[in-house]
Design a protein around this ligand. Structure first.
Ligand code: CA
Length: 231
């Protein structure tokens, strides 16, 4: 599924000062149109009605927790293509946020700077437009079908998050060539040095787990990055 062309960003957050700060900077810096919901249930409803180009979703919300909203949006065919950035105050939640089978596309930890969030939003909107090939790629038992956003291992469907999908696609495209963490970070996430390169490791670990035995094809190049084995 292609990304929504909408320039609208839905903010789901009950803290008024965070909403005000986000709204101000997103409208000013990106020309984005912002709509707001102040609890999880209202956020879910608005996301389904408005089909925004992106959702900024707080973890701690009245009525329905952010993770539940995220899960519901990501399991619904009508909304699963909408990128979601989760806001969290707790570093220990990050693994859960990105690790969910139907997890968020990205996360930002509070407190964050307006500049940081605007850069991430722009990066995600750009990423959503998709710059990778549409042709089916096969390696060993792994098949990646970018046009259908579909991955199989030995004919069995594997559910990947959009970040994991893009990581795998990059490695498949550049088979046999080492990809540095920095490069993967830039191309998969689309921003420069704002997040830690260890984020790449976290996502690769998740990806490997989902690929099972087929993950042996992804080699770690110590201190540098990753490579999909040649042949
Ligand atoms: Ca909150």
């Amino acid at each position: 599924m292609t990304s929504s062309p909408s320039n609208r960003i839905l903010i789901v957050e009950d803290e008024q000062d965070v909403v005000d700060m986000l709204t101000l900077h997103l409208e000013k810096a990106g020309g984005f149109a912002v709509s707001v919901a102040t609890d999880g249930a209202a956020g879910l409803k608005k996301a389904r009605e408005e089909l925004p180009g992106l959702v900024i979703l707080d973890l701690m919300l009245p009525k329905m927790p952010g993770l539940e909203v995220c899960k519901l949006l990501k399991t619904d065919g009508a909304t699963r293509h909408i990128p979601i950035i989760m806001l969290t105050a707790k570093a220990e939640e990050i693994d859960r946020i990105v690790g969910l089978e139907v997890g968020a596309d990205d996360y930002v930890t509070k407190p964050f700077s307006p500049r940081e969030i605007v850069l991430r939003v722009k990066a995600i909107m750009r990423r959503g437009k998709g710059d990778i090939t549409d042709e089916k790629m096969t390696f060993g038992t792994i098949t990646v079908d970018p046009s259908r956003h579909h991955v199989t291992v030995a004919g069995k469907k594997v559910r990947l998050t959009s970040v994991e999908f893009k990581l795998l696609s990059m490695l498949m495209l550049r088979r046999g060539r080492v990809q540095s963490r920095d490069r993967l970070l830039n191309e998969v996430w689309g921003y420069e040095s704002l997040i830690d390169t260890r984020t790449v490791d976290t996502h690769v670990r998740r990806l490997r787990k989902k690929l099972g035995k087929a993950a042996e094809a992804i080699e770690t190049v110590r201190g540098f990055g990753y490579r999909l084995r040649e042949g």
